[in-house]
Design a protein around this ligand. Structure first.
Ligand code: HEM
Length: 538
């Protein structure tokens, strides 16, 4: 056969010959085309025989006695489109039902093998396994220094040190209690701003008030600093801008996290360059605040009133962090602490507007407990119906429906159902699916806080990671270290909002519980309501 005579009309297989025969007579395009065709053919073949998609090829999901079922998705990209747009928790829940894979479902995000658990038992085994104490690293998290902060630091000595500092210093119960004065101050400002807006506009758009209080609350605890928009306008604006930018970058679905080659020609969010622009701004701001703290005389003995910067500057010996690590840790706290508490409170208030009978019952409990005096953290901890309202909201609207950030297996993990998750697999827990499952919850779509009140036939369930039917803060070694601070803050806010005002629907902007999934899952249409003062002093 004279390969030099091959024309474009030849059969397709002829294109592959030069690659094998090393002919120089054929056009280079044919060689490239041959390689491309062979690759596509192989990809399709692998995909066709791999439940879970191409990342699960070679029987990766059959390491245990029971195979992990899952969708094939598309060749090359796998199930990327299920996660890259819309409400991933809902589409993954539907997919798990369709694939009969509620316990555990395997799927592919590009070349990344992923499992998702929609069952409390399997979720617990994953979250509490010592082999799942790592997280896969997103490009944006790495670029934004988060690999030196608690959330993305790899499981190891440094991460364990950070967790120890968080547990014994930053989130120690006595420190949370000591910061109550600040929380009360932020609340007083929020309540008077709400009253002012109601008088001015005849309705209140709650989100901005919650966000302002959340920012000041966390800035107070972390940096010992509170902002007054009239005096600190410029610095406050810069801070808000940086937080917004960071949220967008971390929350954006970045295709190149799963298909690294794509970044050469497709980066619609400009993740890399935007991170590069943001980091020096963060460094400048946080470094400035650290310097202010250094100048201020550091007292020999720390008091529980001190902020997180004081705590970190006073660490001794092996606990001492260098300045870059401090910046990363402090910045992460600002990040984690601001949106979660604000958006959870907005969901609570939306449900209370939609359920006036629950609102009245809550007001009765609050009035009975505190009368005219100021309500405190100590009071809120003892109010079963208030706690139940928050738990029921966490159940219906978990802020991290997929528990925010995934885990990564560092060894093969054997599960009690006979499945084995191989090392280097990304794992998610679909908390939203579990909390909406009629197998575990009666009438799961109904807002019924009584289900958590023991004296009313319910179960007073622990939401801090002990019971995976409702674990909005995760569980195991990487459980949320800010859970107590978050819960205390939301409880006090809701208590005061409901003690001081009646909340009714704004007829021009009806409550819409549609969701939007960003870094957390928030109300798509911010809550607008009409408030009426209850004449309880702020
Ligand atoms: C309503 C409030 C909050 C919710 C629902 C929430 C939820 C979560 C979830 C689901 C995780 C992942 C847990 C896991 O992988 O098992 C997490 C981790 C984390 N949260 Fe929270 N969080 C809240 C408030 C806070 C606050 C106020 C802070 C700090 C100021 C905070 C700091 C963190 C950190 C540092 C991690 C990473 C832990 C690690 O990887 O070791 N969170 N949170």
């Amino acid at each position: 056969m004279d390969l030099g005579m091959v024309t474009k009309d030849s059969s397709w297989w002829v294109f592959t010959l030069p690659a094998f025969l090393g002919s120089k007579n054929l056009l280079d395009e044919y060689v490239l085309l041959a390689i491309a065709l062979a690759s596509v053919f192989l990809a399709v073949l692998t995909w066709a025989f791999s439940p879970g998609g191409t990342a699960w090829k070679n029987g990766r999901n059959r390491h245990g006695a029971v195979q992990i079922p899952g969708p094939r998705g598309f060749p090359v990209v796998g199930s990327l489109f299920n996660l890259s747009r819309g409400l991933a928790h809902r589409s993954l829940a539907a997919l798990a039902v369709a694939c009969k894979a509620k316990q555990l479902m395997a799927f592919s995000l590009g070349g990344t093998p992923v499992v998702v658990a929609s069952d409390p038992l399997i979720a617990k085994e994953i979250l509490t396994s010592p082999h799942f104490a790592d997280r896969p690293i997103k490009q944006s998290a790495k670029s934004l220094m988060f690999t030196r902060a608690i959330g993305f630091a790899p499981n190891g000595t440094y991460w364990r040190l950070l967790r120890r500092i968080a547990a014994s210093h930053l989130f120690a119960p006595r420190r949370i209690a000591a910061h109550e004065t600040g929380r009360q101050m932020d609340l007083a400002t929020m309540l008077s701003n709400i009253e002012y807006e109601q008088t001015l506009d005849g309705r209140v758009s709650l989100r901005k008030h919650l966000q302002a209080a959340a920012l000041n609350n966390i800035m107070g605890s972390v940096f010992g600093k509170r902002y007054d928009p009239t005096e600190d306008g410029e610095e406050l604006k810069e801070l808000e801008d940086m937080i917004r930018e960071g949220f967008e970058l971390l929350g954006a679905f970045n295709f190149s996290d799963y298909l690294p080659w794509i970044s050469y020609f497709y980066d619609p969010f400009r993740i890399v360059s935007r991170c590069e622009e943001l980091v020096p701004r963060v460094r400048k701001l946080v470094k400035g605040i650290i310097e202010e703290h250094k100048v201020k005389n550091q007292s020999e003995n720390l008091s529980y009133n001190d902020d997180f910067v004081d705590v970190l500057l006073n660490l001794e010996g092996e606990e001492k962090l260098n300045e870059d690590d401090m910046i990363a840790v402090l910045w992460e706290m600002i990040f984690r602490g601001t949106d979660t508490t604000a958006l959870l409170t907005e969901w609570v208030m939306a449900e209370l507007v939609l359920h006036p009978e629950v609102q009245r019952k809550l007001q009765d409990e609050l009035d009975g407990a505190v009368g005219d005096r100021n309500i405190t953290d100590a009071d809120t901890a003892k109010l079963p119906f208030l706690q139940a309202v928050i738990k029921e909201t966490l159940r219906l609207h978990p802020p991290g429906p997929l528990l925010s950030w995934a885990r990564l297996s560092t060894a093969d993990v054997h599960l009690s159902n006979g499945m084995v998750v191989p090392a280097n697999t990304t794992a998610m827990v679909n908390m939203w699916s579990i909390t909406h499952d009629s197998e575990f919850w009666k009438d799961p779509l109904e807002f019924r806080p009584e289900r958590f009140v023991a004296s009313q036939g319910g179960t007073d369930l622990d939401v801090r990671g002990g019971d995976l039917r409702l674990a909005p803060f995760g569980a195991g070694r990487r459980v949320c270290p800010g859970k107590n601070l978050g819960l205390v803050t939301v409880a006090l806010w809701v208590a005061k909002l409901v003690l001081h005002f009646n909340w009714a629907e704004d007829k021009a902007n009806l409550v819409d519980l549609s969701e939007v999934l960003k870094l957390s899952c928030e109300m798509k249409y911010p809550l607008s309501a009409v408030t009426k003062s209850r004449k309880v002093p702020f």
